[in-house]
Design a protein around this ligand. Structure first.
Ligand code: TXA
Ligand code: MG
Length: 347
């Protein structure tokens, strides 16, 4: 049985947070909102609790977890050393959707890091998240609160769709503001390396660091990536997804052609598109409009709801309209490419 608590994101009930923080401290699993996606929290220093996260999600144990803290200086309790670049990033973007990989102290369990010498640390900006971590009094290990391989949850309802009955509690503070996971930056390399694009954009990182490496597996041109963290399916809806990548006019033509071909073979077809394109689609296609073209914040915020929206509609196939890689668009396209298993339609 999973306890459900509804709270106000800006004026949270302290009694609820105190109760759920105690559950966390005692080794139970609590799903909670952050500004990015809902996290599946556990006491990050309790090996049994951390192992329970992997169990509940069906997550491969070699995929390491992020430790969440409630104040910048807590990084020193977990990191063996904090490079100047990491400090500069923390000063500018914490609290916020940025995760930094640094060398770990011995007290960080192997279960958290997958046996690596490094640990990923994040200070979320969400008031509910920070209060919960503060009251728990321990670093909170938290992956996204979905079944492994499924789209991340941006609402408590999406958490329950995957994990109801498998976790002690879920705190519902409404939909997440950003809608895609935090940016992950490896700060142990001489030039920091972007491992996962997210709420803090590549451009924002460059502003502080001057120079940022991009992990080769992030390149859109890359076929199936081979690095360990990317060998698993991610963010996938139940039906196969195809991603159309092209300039708007070409994308419209490609998408219509694909939809008409699929419909002609008698398939039930879903499509994820911009407001601009929605009007010119064949009416038989089941459309989810992710927002106006160019409003990447809205598109990011709606992305995972869009991917989950077809789960109970019995579609045979889904097509998605890609967007530009600029700013938050890089994070959106990274998730769409993975959700599509790199089935990409180009000219
Ligand atoms: O926005 C977020 O980051 C959300 C919320 C809940 O905070 N959490 C999240 O966690 O997305 P998860 O587990 O779904 O993604 C963590 C990512 C994975 O890609 C993992 O491989 C990477 O961070 N990671 C964790 N520790 C690492 C390490 N020591 N070195 C390299 N990558 C690491
Ligand atoms: Mg995840």
């Amino acid at each position: 049985h999973t306890n459900y608590y509804k709270i106000d994101p800006f004026d949270p009930d302290i009694a609820v947070l105190t109760e759920t923080a105690a559950m966390l401290r005692q080794g139970q699993l609590v799903a909670f909102p952050t500004e990015t996606v809902y996290g599946l929290g556990a006491n990050g220093l309790n090996v049994q609790a951390v192992k329970a996260i992997f169990q509940a999600k069906g997550r491969p144990s070699d995929n390491p977890l992020i430790l969440h803290i409630d104040a910048v200086d807590k990084i020193y309790t977990l990191a063996a050393s904090v490079p100047a670049n990491a400090l500069a990033l923390a000063e500018r973007y914490w609290p916020g959707p940025l995760t930094m990989v640094v060398n770990r102290r011995p007290l960080v369990p192997d279960a958290v890091t997958g046996g690596l010498d490094t640990v990923a640390i994040r200070l979320p900006s969400s008031l509910v998240a920070r209060e919960l971590i503060r009251l728990a009094g321990v670093p909170v290990a938290a992956p996204s609160a979905n079944t492994s391989g499924r789209p991340s949850p941006t609402t408590a309802q999406a958490v329950l769709a995957d994990l109801d009955g498998k976790i002690a509690a879920v705190i519902d503070a409404g939909p997440c503001e950003i809608g895609v996971e935090s940016t992950v930056v490896d700060c142990t390399t001489p030039v920091p390396t972007l491992l996962r694009p997210g709420g803090i954009t590549y451009e924002m990182l460059v502003e502080v660091l001057g120079e940022v490496e991009i992990d080769p597996t992030l390149s859109g041109a890359q076929a199936i990536p081979k690095s360990p963290g990317m060998k698993y399916t991610h963010y996938a809806p139940l039906a196969p997804l195809f991603l159309v990548e092209a300039e708007p006019i070409t994308a419209t033509a490609l998408l219509k052609r694909e939809l008409n071909q699929a419909l002609a073979t008698g398939k039930t077809v879903g499509v994820i598109v911009s407001a601009e394109l929605a009007g010119s689609l064949p009416p038989e296609a089941i459309a989810f409009v992710y927002g106006p073209r160019g409003d990447t914040a809205a598109i990011a915020a709606n992305l995972y709801t869009a991917l989950r929206s077809f789960d109970n509609k019995a579609v045979d196939v889904i097509y998605a309209e890609g967007i530009s890689d600029q700013g938050l668009g890089l994070a959106v396209m990274n998730r769409l490419r993975k959700a599509a298993g790199y089935r990409i339609i180009r000219l």
